[in-house]
Design a binder for this molecule. Structure first.
Ligand SMILES: *Cc1c(COP(=O)(O)O)cnc(C)c1O
Length: 392
């Protein structure tokens, strides 16, 4: 097999062996339904309790405030729709930002069709919201602020503590999508005025199709799925026991190894950023220089298309992603790159490379070496590059 280098950890992560090992028995010999009262059921129920405790501990919450879902997107839907419909008598206004994940933005757009009003806050060139603009946007109709913790495309970390303070002062619920935060920055809910926070297992070396949500005690929110008493009557349906067990283990590992994980990915991230900046002209680093996901690298390469770059990288075994056209099935570049003020031309040349626990030093050398030749080759073919070649 040819060399393959995976640099798309923000899209998904490989499961860790320890996680898989803990899950395995729950597919076969420990198959009881957690709602059943006999020993098979109790065994499964206990495994869920352990997972809930582990996730709660990982984020500094009480186990009673943690619920499991079918993924990060489901949890975003639950948080926003659940709060919106349960508090409709108080108001119909929601505040979010222009750079949220689609699992937040599309829910907001859906609610707009159902009589809610949504303010989409701007971000600056680094992807940061403006706290003054947030304060000014709050009205007596505002019931929810939903702003993500860490952006999945450009890695910018928002001032969650400050946003929470503002929300609390105004008596408005605050939801944050922390899918990219868990396992990449320390999270302590006790120190944040956050009412609802959500997570996804497959972004932290756990299984796909399982997520979690923290709902602070006392928050008025509707159940998400009706039909049974599971998850304290808020999310019905027989639990995904192996998935939940895997999520619990992944959350435990993520927090136990947080410092070494951050040190590892940050070192390789900075090496990759320097490698690109020192060897390739006409590049722009997207995202914040310091308030940034430790494993996120996002560049625009002028005069070329992100799509062509991805395909050429794939031919030498490198997997990354792009905020440019076709991948998303639309002609417009990513809403995040537009929101930080890039022109269409520049945004079309974007490349996101995200680093994780299994990335090695030599992988970065390999990627930089290939990027130099690929970018040069694509630019030689680009009519846009013609004019600037002479000056180089
Ligand atoms: C991946 C991701 C999601 C969606 O999670 P799924 O478990 O894939 O549904 C939501 N928000 C952010 C920021 C993400 O990165």
């Amino acid at each position: 097999m040819n060399k393959r280098i995976y640099l798309d950890y923000s899209a998904t992560t490989p499961m860790k062996k320890e996680v898989l090992d803990e899950m395995m028995p729950y597919f076969s010999e420990k198959y009881g339904n957690p709602s059943s009262i006999y020993s098979f059921g109790r065994e499964a129920k206990q495994a869920i309790d352990v997972a809930r405790d582990r996730l709660a501990k990982a984020v500094g919450a009480s186990s009673k405030e943690i619920f499991f879902t079918g993924g990060g997107s489901e949890a975003d839907n639950w948080a926003i729709k659940g709060i919106a419909y349960a508090n409709r008598n108080k108001g119909n206004h929601i505040i979010t930002s222009k750079i949220e994940h689609h699992a937040v933005l599309h829910v907001c757009e859906y609610l707009e069709k159902d009589g809610f009003e949504v303010t989409y806050l701007d971000v600056d060139e680094y992807g940061m919201i403006d706290l003054e603009q947030l304060k000014e946007a709050i009205t007596d109709k505002t019931i929810l602020i939903t702003i993500m913790y860490v952006n999945n495309e450009i890695g910018t970390i928002q001032p969650i503590k400050e946003i929470g303070k503002i929300a609390k002062e105004k008596g408005v619920y605050f939801h944050t999508d922390a899918v990219q935060a868990l396992g990449n920055i320390p999270i302590d809910i006790k120190e944040l005025d956050v009412d609802i926070m959500n997570f996804s297992a497959h972004k932290i070396y756990g299984p796909k199709g399982v997520g979690g949500i923290y709902i602070r005690k006392g928050v008025k929110i509707h159940p998400f799925i009706h039909g049974g008493a599971q998850e304290r009557k808020r999310r019905a349906g027989t639990e995904n026991v192996p998935g939940i067990v895997g999520f619990g283990k992944a959350a435990e590992l993520a927090t136990q190894n947080l410092d070494s994980h951050i040190a590892h990915v940050k070192r390789l991230r900075d090496k990759l950023i320097e490698g690109i900046q020192n060897n390739i002209d006409y590049v722009r680093l997207n995202g914040h220089p310091t308030e940034r996901h430790p494993g996120n690298v996002n560049f625009c390469f002028e005069f070329i298309e992100g799509e062509s770059l991805l395909l050429s990288l794939d031919m030498v075994g490198i997997a990354g992603s792009s905020g440019s056209a076709c991948t998303s099935g639309s002609l417009d570049p990513s809403h995040v790159l537009m929101a930080i003020g890039l022109t269409h031309e520049i945004a079309h040349g974007s490349l996101r490379l995200t680093i994780g626990d299994f990335t090695k030093e030599e992988d970065i050398d390999y990627v930089v070496e290939h990027l130099i030749t690929i970018v040069d080759r694509l630019r030689q073919m680009s009519p846009l590059y013609e004019g600037v070649k002479g000056g180089k």
